[in-house]
Design a protein around this ligand. Structure first.
Ligand code: ADP
Ligand code: ASP
Ligand code: MG
Length: 454
């Protein structure tokens, strides 16, 4: 059971989470592992502290840290019985003192490495889980606190560390399963891990979902539950489309595409461990726990042809045109090689006989890539684009989907279209400024109609 930041936003939410876990532990499904995120906004606030310190402003960084501290201590005062507060505060003080020392060091050096940033940004999860654990124990729940860094061993790619599933599985057998078998809840943190040498790492923003599915797969859980602030995976981002509605069931494949193309409700890597062990993933609302949410499974035969629309802003398109491509072999390989050497992954690609268009998310190495591509042909770059992914099932077998997409978007300039690689996704590239309107038009086309039909 993974609870996101909004699920632990304040004292009363901590109590809600406790009641949800209590209910689950009384069912016949066995004991839960509880994976907690940082309180909402805390990871951003910690990163802000680190950046403030790196700019040499130690006093401002410490002041910001104090605000974070007071927010946590407020929750402690509200939910922890007086007799247990002192013990918990001294445990939290350890983290705040360490943060304070780290921030002062960063300000002194005027330098923030990715490794230091992980040591700071990963603290929010430790704080929220320590509070939740103390609260659960104060309510006489059979709770055990587990520092995720003892099981989640990762690479040293700070900020996007790669977990070692073999190690996690082996360590879970010792640190997690025996507790569950004894009827205990195991409370741990999402997002963080450690290298084999014990240095703190993070799995990337939004990575607590990924932690939950990794642990779920490691212990062969019956279900991986992602508790959040919406009623499941929805037909579009509800912040953009207020009448978006939850999808009852969706396949692993479609959920992965949606997550990859911007459905923030799920970290894009969450599905991978679940697929490997064929464990269902459920997305449920902490604020509405009786709603069924979305069940993500291997096969979901029912449902509409188009299940949801997602979007990812801030994309860059690169166009390579060259007469040399005409009838030549190995040209695409040369292009891919350049991107591979610069460790930049390509999201969408379309080709004609003399041109290649592709999009990338990460532009860190773009100047070098552009320079090398120029050896192959004329290169142009367009920025401030967005990818829209229309995801569903069996597009190849159904006619009319593309027609409906383009009819809906007749007033929008579409820069690129990609379909074919998968029969469940038609992707389009539009300007960032048009993306909201485009999603509204597409949502109205596909989901207003089905509402009328049903
Ligand atoms: P948590 O803190 O629980 O991890 P997130 O903010 O990471 O929550 O993810 C939940 C948010 O994802 C929702 O509030 C919603 O605005 C956004 N979201 C984007 N696309 C979708 C979608 N297709 N379905 C549901 N939520 C979505
Ligand atoms: N707290 C982390 C973040 O904000 C991880 C997560 O919430 O999933 O990115
Ligand atoms: Mg999230």
């Amino acid at each position: 059971m993974k609870f996101g930041g909004t699920s632990v936003a304040d004292a009363s939410r901590f109590k809600d989470v406790f009641n949800i876990v209590l209910g689950a532990s009384r069912s016949d499904k066995g004991m839960p592992v509880i994976v907690l995120s940082a309180m909402t906004g805390v990871t951003n606030a910690l990163i802000d502290c680190a950046n403030t310190a790196a700019n040499g402003n130690a006093a401002a960084a410490l002041e910001k840290l104090e605000t974070i501290k007071q927010r946590h201590y407020q929750v402690v005062t509200e939910i922890i019985p007086d007799s247990s507060q002192e013990l918990l505060i001294s445990a939290l003080d350890v983290d705040f003192n360490r943060l304070s020392v780290l921030l002062q060091g960063i300000a002194y050096l005027g330098e923030l490495s990715k490794r230091s940033l992980d040591a700071i940004s990963g603290c929010g999860e430790l704080l929220s889980s320590k509070i939740f654990s103390a609260y659960a124990i104060s309510q006489e729940a059979p709770a055990v606190f587990l520092d995720a860094r003892t099981v989640m061993i990762t690479s040293d790619d700070y900020g996007k560390a790669v977990p070692n599933m073999k190690e996690l599985t082996a360590k879970s057998k010792k640190e997690i399963t025996p507790h569950l078998q004894k009827g205990k809840w195991v409370i741990t943190q999402g997002f963080i891990g450690a290298t084999a040498d014990g240095v703190t790492t993070t799995l990337g923003r939004g990575g607590s979902d990924y932690t939950a599915s990794l642990i779920g797969a490691a212990i062969n859980a019956d279900e991986i539950q992602i508790w959040t602030d919406v009623d499941g995976m929805m037909t579009a981002d509800p912040r953009l489309i207020p009448d978006a509605r939850p999808i009852a069931t969706v396949t692993f494949q479609a959920a992965s595409e949606l997550a990859y193309f911007g459905a923030k409700v799920l970290h894009p890597l969450t599905i991978k461990p679940a697929v490997e062990k064929n464990i269902p993933v459920r997305i449920i609302n902490t604020l509405n726990p009786t709603s069924p949410g979305t069940l993500i499974v291997e096969r979901a035969d029912n449902g509409e042809t188009v299940c949801a629309i997602a979007c990812k802003k801030g994309q860059t398109a690169i166009f390579i045109e060259s007469a040399k491509m005409l009838m030549a072999s190995g040209f695409l390989a040369q292009i891919f090689n350049i991107f591979a050497r610069h460790e930049t992954s390509i999201d969408l690609i379309t080709t004609s006989e003399v041109s290649v268009s592709l999009t990338v998310d990460n532009t860190d190495k773009l100047p070098q890539i552009e320079e090398e591509l120029k050896q192959l042909g004329d290169v142009s770059v367009m920025q401030d684009l967005a990818i829209i992914a229309v995801v569903g099932r069996n597009f190849r077998a159904e006619s009319g989907i593309a027609a409906r997409i383009f009819k809906a978007l007749s007033s929008i300039n579409v820069t690129m279209i990609s379909h074919g690689a998968s029969s469940i996704n038609i992707s389009l590239v539009v300007s960032n400024k048009d993306v909201e309107q485009a999603i509204k038009l597409l949502h109205a086309e596909f989901f207003a109609l089905t509402a009328v039909r049903s």
